[in-house]
Design a protein around this ligand. Structure first.
Ligand SMILES: Cc1cc2nc3c(=O)[nH]c(=O)nc-3n(C[C@H](O)[C@H](O)[C@H](O)COP(=O)(O)OP(=O)(O)OC[C@H]3O[C@@H](n4cnc5c(N)ncnc54)[C@H](O)[C@@H]3O)c2cc1C
Length: 483
């Protein structure tokens, strides 16, 4: 099937690439412009010291059939199931993640546990009036003491703002419908109710790393006639006098399309469209947080069993440590060593963001040793990667700034903003894939007619979905039986 419509796609991460893959499969002429040298965006993979690693941990999970259809179609049989283990590390003690009330209270010791339950009781009697902030929302459900131990330090490392300045949206998305009393009830009743435990704790993962999915998707896109332009940054999007969108490349070249799908940072897209002053001001208030990934090659294997660990200890600057040895053996090649990755989060103007690689590596070596997780094993190598704008910051009231931006972009029915920084949504891969699928459906359904209302409201993806920290993987269709 061929189609005379033309679509330009900005960005070859999960969102843009999925949209292009879906459109090319329907015969639409697609051009994808990717600023970087390869596809996959933040969910890509790369080779390091004879092994394959991702940009931090990249677990894939979705209960959405549309997302899983794409995943299966592209990856075929090239994936395996990983038995998941992730824990919280706090002052040399490990706690279950997701947090389990009894495990947390036990790990803290009798005195602290009593203090935490008392603090929760106090909070029930005198709740915070303002639940619109992260601190208010979590404190009312867990008490101040547990909030300080299990939420405050990690969240402030990640977002770089006090929990009072963080929107409750973040909590509602990530720890929905949960409180200490419910957690204790679940712990007391739970043992009989929980079935299929092994299925709950598994996830499907490509044998060639998270990015394998996107490499294969790019191959399928090109095979279907799509054109992929790597190392081709887009400067901005403009419109011709007929309202058709134009992509202006970094080289100055301009190309006109029937539709443009953008997964470049929302703030940059809007700035290029010369918006009214009030929209420009709102867009300028939307902030992103950066990630620095410090990869260390540690001598030997068997350091710790988790795929990743959340580091809540306030004395350490790192917030998460991934152990790539515990994902799939196919990633480790012939190497006998372990690659761990320490994550650091910062703003553009923080000293850490511009710190020399050698200094970041030294910090990571020191902190890795301080956790005691290497057990004295030697650290052979270090490699630093910087990922800009990796987290849209849900600062308190951010929606008031996002809403006028969304309204402004809705004036352009032939321009579709999708993706994590592309739509300013705290997306996982599955949300970005879903946005790609729905953007493609909107374009096919619109049939090129202006004024045609979009079939799907893309701004609603990942605003009220259940956080899929645990779920029965059999429901997703991704379960793979043991050979
Ligand atoms: C440390 C870390 C851990 C994560 N862990 C998980 C996890 O466990 N599970 C999970 O599902 N997700 C995880 N994620 C999130 C996941 O990486 C993202 O949801 C996903 O990559 C978003 O896809 P996207 O296409 O929206 O954006 P991106 O992956 O950011 O892709 C956007 C692409 O657009 C390109 N681009 C930007 N500007 C331009 C321009 N001007 N011109 C041309 N191209 C441009 C970029 O180079 C990039 O390739 C994690 C992310 C991070 C940072």
């Amino acid at each position: 099937m061929t189609c005379s419509r033309t679509v330009g796609v900005i960005g070859a991460g999960p969102a843009g690439l999925t949209a292009a893959y879906e459109l090319a499969g329907q015969g639409v002429q697609v051009d994808v412009f990717e600023a970087g040298p390869k596809v996959g965006g933040m969910a890509g993979s790369f080779s390091l010291w004879g092994q394959v690693v991702d940009y931090g941990p990249h677990r894939f999970f979705s209960t959405d059939d549309r997302v899983n259809r794409v995943w299966h179609e592209v990856i075929g049989d090239d994936y395996d199931m990983v038995d998941r283990l992730t824990r919280i590390y706090y002052r040399r003690t490990f706690f279950d993640y997701p947090l389990k009330a009894m495990n947390a209270l036990k790990g803290l010791g009798v005195g602290e546990a009593i203090a935490c339950v008392a603090s929760y009781g106090w909070q029930r009697l005198f709740p915070e009036k303002d639940e619109s902030t992260f601190e208010g929302w979590v404190s009312n459900r867990f008490g101040k003491r547990l909030f300080r131990i299990f939420f405050k330090s990690y969240s402030e490392k990640l977002w770089g703002i006090p929990c009072r300045a963080l929107d409750a949206d973040f909590a509602a998305q990530r720890i929905k419908r949960f409180s200490l009393s419910e957690a204790i009830k679940a712990a007391l009743l739970g043992a009989r109710r929980i079935t299929h435990k092994t299925l709950v704790d598994q996830f499907a993962y490509p044998t060639g790393g998270s990015g394998d999915l996107y490499d294969k998707m790019a191959e399928a896109l090109v095979a279907a006639g799509g054109r992929l332009h790597l190392a081709t940054p887009v400067r901005r999007v403009t419109f011709d006098t007929d309202g058709r969108p134009r992509i202006e490349l970094g080289t100055g070249e301009v190309r006109t399309y029937d539709h443009v799908i953008s997964s470049m940072p929302l703030t940059a897209l809007v700035a290029g469209l010369n918006p009214p002053a009030e929209v420009a001001q709102c867009a300028a208030r939307l902030r992103y947080r950066n990630t620095i990934l410090a990869y260390l090659e540690v001598e030997g294997a068997g350091l710790f069993p988790d795929q990743w660990i959340y580091v809540h200890s306030p004395e350490l600057r790192t917030g998460r440590i991934t152990n790539f040895r515990n994902w799939l053996p196919s990633l480790c090649g012939q190497s006998r060593n372990t690659i761990v990755c320490l994550e650091y989060w910062c703003n553009d103007d923080d000293a850490l963001w511009t710190m020399a690689d050698g200094d970041v590596a030294a910090l990571a070596r020191r902190e890795m040793a301080a956790t005691g997780l290497t057990g004295g094993a030697g650290i052979l190598n270090a490699h630093i990667v910087r990922v800009g704008k990796s987290y849209p910051v849900y600062g308190h009231g951010y929606r008031q700034n996002l809403a006028p931006v969304e309204a402004f972009l809705s004036r352009f029915p032939r321009l579709h903003a999708i993706g994590r920084y592309g739509a300013f949504k705290y997306n996982n891969q599955d949300h970005s894939i879903l946005m790609g699928v729905l953007a493609a459906e909107n374009i096919i359904a619109a049939d090129g007619e202006d004024g045609h209302p979009p079939r799907h409201d893309l701004w609603q993806v990942n605003t009220d979905t259940d956080y899929q920290e645990a779920g029965r993987i059999t429901d997703t269709g991704l379960q793979k039986a043991a050979p």
